[in-house]
Design a protein around this ligand. Structure first.
Ligand SMILES: *Cc1c(COP(=O)(O)O)cnc(C)c1O
Length: 382
């Protein structure tokens, strides 16, 4: 059966170039990067190359500002808990539509005595710099706002938020897991102090991530042990994964404009096509300020889960929320925060395009999906 993968916000395929870059580090170059012999030095060199690739992609000032982690979740936990623990007490500002890696971390910090403000978003999922400014307090230690949302694709005004934070001397963390390689990011120009990214969302390996920490920003260590990552993140480095992450970030950022233009065209073809062919369809998220590959639509009188299952039967892979929450029938916290009713939220379908998605695949989905929605609606009204 032909299969069409439109769940690239959940994870992506490792690209052939990334795979090729990683392979030697499983077998030939397997040294421990902490060893002083040739095997170790080769592994160490590969890690430092990857560090420079990530540094360049983010326009960080120095390679020492990049730390490798086991993924976006660890980077988010480390940035927020690490900063909070270093400060000891204080107030954190975030938003209601963050990924659970940020939300649950903030909720845990509340239990440890920190104060957290969760900013609401507008109907498109946007927060404004003015909202952040208004929420700032004397004791605010951190603002954490995602660069782009994983469910509805909405892009936040990070540069404006960064400007306010810098003026007020408050640190800014951004979960840029969905944004790196998809939209332009520059930690210096945007006044970002901490930034999380993950390999598997941009055609790199799973279980590999990075945290950017601006020079001079003090965060506590979460993983204690050896002296890896200059003593800040213990544990023998996953060299192949780090090599793959570096390569994936480099490729994604080098081809960003070209990929984004292609993906925006495909996404718009998908959104416009579905809106035209299926009555009772609404677009979730911002019409323009959205990730190139994200289409999130609600179909009246249809359960997203039912739609997903029917699509899966004909080989089309999508998501009805974020992959972490499907399986439970709780409506997505993001869609509810945008003001959708429970029914609208339950009717949402997220289709996310990757750099390898073709126009033919989009056209096939435009043919396959409308009759399935019609069929599901007929079943409901019977
Ligand atoms: C996927 C994702 C994460 C978690 O990253 P992992 O590498 O899967 O741990 C965090 N934030 C956002 C916005 C994501 O999309």
């Amino acid at each position: 059966m032909r299969r069409i993968y439109l769940d690239n916000a959940a994870t992506t395929a490792v690209s052939p170039e990334v795979m090729e870059a990683m392979l030697p580090y499983f077998t030939g170059v397997y040294g421990n990067a902490s060893s002083i012999h040739g095997y170790g030095r080769e592994a160490k060199r590969a890690i430092e190359t990857a560090r420079r690739q990530v540094m360049k992609a983010l326009n960080a000032a120095a390679p020492q500002e990049i730390y490798f982690t086991a993924g976006g979740t660890e980077s988010d936990n480390w940035a927020i808990k690490g900063l909070a623990l270093a400060k000891g007490s204080g107030h954190i500002i975030t938003t209601v539509i963050e990924h659970h890696a940020v939300l649950h971390t903030c909720q845990w910090l509340e239990k440890q005595g920190f104060d957290v403000t969760y900013l609401p978003v507008d109907e498109y999922g946007r927060v404004t710099a003015a909202q952040v400014k208004k929420a700032l307090r004397e004791d605010t230690i951190l603002v954490s706002v995602m660069a782009a949302n994983n469910e509805v694709g909405t892009i936040q005004p990070i540069a404006e938020i960064g400007k306010i934070c810098r003026e007020r001397g408050v640190l800014l963390h951004t979960d840029a897991v969905q944004a790196v390689g998809a939209i332009p990011l520059d930690v210096q120009a945007m006044n970002i102090d901490l930034l999380s990214l993950s390999g598997h969302k941009l055609h790199g390996p799973k279980g590999a991530g990075a945290l950017y920490v601006r020079k001079g920003v003090k965060i506590d260590t979460l993983l204690h042990g050896g002296a890896q990552e200059r003593g800040f993140r213990a544990g023998t480095e996953n060299v192949p994964a780090i090599v793959g992450l570096g390569k994936a970030v480099e490729i994604a950022c080098q081809n960003l404009d070209e990929n984004a233009a292609r993906m925006v065209a495909l996404r718009q073809r998908l959104i416009d096509g579905l809106m035209a062919r299926v009555p009772g369809t609404r677009l979730n998220g911002h019409p323009a300020e959205r990730l190139p590959g994200n289409a999130n639509l609600s179909f009246d009188k249809v359960e997203g889960e039912a739609l997903l299952l029917r699509l899966d039967l004909v080989g089309v892979a999508g998501s009805s929320g974020s992959a972490c929450t499907s399986g439970t029938l709780d409506p997505s916290h993001v869609l509810l925060a945008l003001g959708l009713t429970q029914a609208q939220a339950n009717g949402a379908l997220r289709l996310t395009i990757g750099t390898d998605t073709t126009e033919e695949e989009i056209d096939q989905v435009l043919d396959i999906l409308p009759p399935i929605v019609e069929d599901l609606r007929r079943m409901v009204s019977r």
